[in-house]
Design a protein around this ligand. Structure first.
Ligand code: NAP
Length: 280
């Protein structure tokens, strides 16, 4: 058996059309303020791709670059300025931040109604109550892929590998909201030699770790749905966290690249539109 590929691009294209309509209804061009602190080639490349997606949707992409020696206080003051600027609809702080800046502190300084990465505690908290309007884009991308796969999550055994704040943790809550039975695995699971056992029980497997081939083909339950969030560079190629041969056992699998990746920037833009609506 060879799994059906679940690609992110067609879903992203559909959502982009919805975003364009929403922007038309807003009656003005929303502005996304993007802040990079210091020099980082990876972050600059990500900024370029965000800018391209934003502009194609009719969003103004305002790019701000602060020196690598900026303090937490000066970044905080800059964020405050953006919070108070009525022209700015959403704010994104590019990663990585220099060592002197604590992202957790900074994410609390962005106004919750401009927090398009969905990382302010108020927005994360709303996920628990099932009424969040702004979701962390990567977690939301996984939910969009699952919805597009047509699978009913109700009562399904879902295993999430990775418990980061931006992916695994919010995703577990979003899956619970759909009445999935959720198991979250992490480094402790691996160290206890229990990762294989859990993965083998998954009807739906979602992996967001950042370790190439962490999940072995033979661990994947025959017929499982596999969403591979991982991005790893191996010998100049981008690969996921799941052995590609897992496609021989899964019923549906996301390609890497081409699965989750194309959706995340699009969902960041959808968050901007939601943010602008919340500010009204
Ligand atoms: P992260 O913050 O580094 O989190 C990785 C998670 O994996 C942590 O919860 C970590 O646990 C866990 N982990 C590490 N080693 C493990 C092991 N051997 N067994 C089980 N769990 C283990 O990374 P992230 O930001 O969530 O990103 C995860 C991956 O997704 C990366 O490859 C990233 O590039 C990719 N990603 C892709 C997109 C996209 O658009 N496609 C977006 C975001 C992220 P501990 O913290 O306890 O060590």
């Amino acid at each position: 058996m060879s799994a059906k590929l679940l690609e992110g691009k067609p879903i992203a294209e559909r959502i982009k059309e919805e975003i364009k309509k929403e922007i038309e209804a807003l009656g003005r061009r929303p502005v996304l303020a993007s802040v990079l602190v210091g020099d980082n080639a990876g972050a600059e490349a990500y900024v370029k791709s965000q800018k391209k997606t934003a502009e194609a949707l009719g969003i103004e992409y305002q790019y701000h670059k602060l020196g690598g020696d900026a303090s937490e206080e000066s970044l905080g003051r800059f964020i405050d300025k953006l919070n108070n600027d009525n022209g700015v609809g959403g704010i994104i702080i590019q990663m990585p931040l220099p060592a002197q800046i604590d992202y957790k502190k900074i994410s609390r300084l962005i106004s919750p109604v401009k927090d398009i990465e969905g990382m302010h505690p108020a927005n994360i908290g709303k996920i628990i109550f099932g009424n969040a309007k702004i979701l962390p884009p990567t977690a939301a991308s996984v939910m969009e892929l699952l919805a597009a796969s047509g699978i009913d999550l109700y009562g399904k055994e879902v295993v999430v590998v990775g418990h980061s704040e931006i992916v695994g943790k919010p995703l577990a809550l979003l899956l619970l909201e759909k009445f999935a039975t959720v198991t979250v695995c992490h480094i402790g699971t691996s160290k206890a030699q229990k990762l294989e056992e859990h993965v083998k029980s998954a009807e739906i497997l979602i992996v967001a770790v950042g370790r190439a081939a962490l999940i072995k083909k033979d661990w994947v339950k025959p017929g499982a749905v596999v969403i591979d969030v991982g991005i790893n560079r191996v010998d100049g190629k981008i690969v996921g966290d799941v052995e590609p041969e897992a496609a021989e056992r899964a019923s549906i699998i996301t390609p890497v690249p081409g699965g989750v990746g194309p959706l995340t920037v699009t969902l960041l833009m959808r968050n901007l539109v939601e943010a602008v609506k919340l500010q009204r």
